[in-house]
Design a protein around this ligand. Sequence first.
Ligand code: UT7
Length: 318
Amino acid sequence: MRIPDIATAARVLALGHYQPANVVSNDDLTKTMDTNDEWIQSRVGIKERRIAPPEESVEDMAAIAGGKALASSGLTPDDVDLVIVATCTLETQIPNAAAVVAHRLGIDSPGAFDVNAACAGFCYALATANAAVRSGGARNVLVIGAEKLSQWIDWTDRSTAVIFADGAGAAVVGPSETPGIGPVVWGSSGDKSDAIRIKDRDDYLRQEGQTVFRWATTALHPVALEACERAGVDPSELSAFVPHQANLRIIEAIARKLGADKAVIARDIVHAGNTSAASIPLALSRMLERGEVRSGGLALMLGFGAGLTYAGQVIEIP
Ligand code: UT7
């Protein structure tokens, strides 16, 4: 047996994102359901979200975000040998999204698989990409979080319809001389697996909001702190905190307990809604584009959602 030349470290080389053009405001939703802008803003923090048209698929959004990240990295499709798509909202289960997206981007014969860890999926996929590069399993990996929640939402159920949205975010991960992705802290609470679920093929996404809210505001800040500790980073050194964009009240509750005083807190939910596995790369890519965070700073990512699953790690912003 021979062991390949192994990269000692990996980093995020570039980010990219995509959102559907159609903006749906809270007032738009009041035309079809019993809700109001005040309730949505005060309980969830959302002002508007993007909803894809019927003909736009998860794979379409993933390919656009992935293509942007690849272009921004300066690499070519030939440089990528593994594609991972984190998603839980494909229209059909077969084929997987990663192989379709890779083909659309002209990436020839890469390893290609999807990860379903719901809203924690991007952090799981990023950890897997980091391990693949470091172990010699891949040179460069395209990691994408892409979701079309709108096709799994009951548009008469105001408790979910006002929250979830569509979009995609992507990262290119490649070898590095110095570490740019910290150790992942991940886990699950399967005892609460009923709290967010799609019961069968004819059902829609249902969630016990308060159960998940209580869990997210009590169980997750230790995960965030452990991800910092395992990366050797004090929370005061973070320049960004990018949690899953589930609810602004959850984001702010975890941020308070983290004590990351200098960090810019991602509040992308206000304009993007909850896009599950897409929310973290989408938020960070948009923050970078707006100049709210700088390249080289440290960002803590923290994903959590159905399963219930969670995962977090510190990265150096590309
Ligand atoms: O992304 C995956 C992870 N998911 C999460 O992290 C979600 C965590 N949970 C939450 O974010 C919140 O629990 C929700 C945003 C889902 C709900 O907020 P809440 O403050 O827990 O509201 P609630 O479910 O306790 O409902 C409070 C009231 C109820 O009315 P009554 O029974 O008090 O009269 C609901 O019927 O608000 C009512 N309500 C609404 N009113 C206006 C529920 N949805 C709406 C709505 N518009 N859209």
